[in-house]
Ligand binder design. Sequence first.
Ligand SMILES: NC(=O)c1ccc[n+]([C@@H]2O[C@H](COP(=O)([O-])OP(=O)(O)OC[C@H]3O[C@@H](n4cnc5c(N)ncnc54)[C@H](OP(=O)(O)O)[C@@H]3O)[C@@H](O)[C@H]2O)c1
Length: 302
Amino acid sequence: MDWKSLGSALFFPIQMVYFLLKAAVCLFFPSRLRDMSGDVVLITGGGRGIGRHLAREFAKQGAKKLILWGRTEKCLKETCEEIKLMGTECHYFLCDVGNREEVYQQAKVVRERVGDVTILVNNAAVVHGKSLMDSDDDALLKSQHINTLGQFWTTKAFLPRMLELQNGHVVCINSVLSQSSIPGAIDYCTSKASSFAFMESLTLGLLDCPGVGTTTVLPFHTNTEMFQGMRVRFPNLFPPLKPETVARRTVEAVQKNTALLYLPWTMHALVILKSFMPQQALEEIHKFSGSYTCMNTFKGRT
Ligand SMILES: NC(=O)c1ccc[n+]([C@@H]2O[C@H](COP(=O)([O-])OP(=O)(O)OC[C@H]3O[C@@H](n4cnc5c(N)ncnc54)[C@H](OP(=O)(O)O)[C@@H]3O)[C@@H](O)[C@H]2O)c1
């Protein structure tokens, strides 16, 4: 080992302690927030659910322009009008993120008509809500195209300009189900796990790119139409999150340049438990908490 490598090996534990202490201090002292007055924010699935609340929150925090993408014009238009009434410029475009050509085409339209996107929020997703054997092949493919591959196309469309400008942020609204799957939503859990890996790899790949960051949000069950009918065993102990809370915490994480956000923070316990508990114990936890059967009553978007 040469002197340089020996030096970095000795310095490494000091660096680790420094970063841990820094993170602990940041919990108590507010860090500098991103000024969003120059930001152009594009939200996929921005017409309803968490996406609509994200649009409200970005507007509230002073974003310059908002762009909403989705497939249903009615809700996109409603949200867009609401944002304009808040005093923020807002545009909407019909775009199916599962369709690569459409994403590239609409990204071009956005650049020409609105300008360079500096914050991309990959929020659009669907859940089929069936077991593998009960799902038809096209439905299984659709979830992967929208929830996972959609992010490949949107990120490829907007990231290059963020890198040129040295100003940008890519956000992924993921799910705790990417870390701990449940039966009856095999399409969704698979797509979210692979989307988590996508964001992890993207984040590390951007380490040497100044001014460009990422945020991955992993919310627990949230009160929107997506998981309608799903029942957990102890709803008072594990109440669903409010979509406005998810939106507020997401925008705050972007402003603080936080890479990973579990909502609620107690979800960290899930990941820790999974790393050392024996399989039989984990199975009992699933049965006891009701996550084993929670999709039996699932209706989803009717
Ligand atoms: N609800 C929960 O319990 C929960 C928990 C954790 C994480 N999440 C995540 O939070 C995000 C938002 O979910 P939500 O609860 O707000 O669900 P939601 O109410 O069903 O909204 C989903 C949004 O995605 C859009 N979308 C779906 N397919 C699309 C496509 N092919 N192209 C463009 N847009 C599309 C929908 O608009 P159109 O149908 O008009 O296209 C809608 O605006 C998702 O990523 C979800 O996985 C949700």
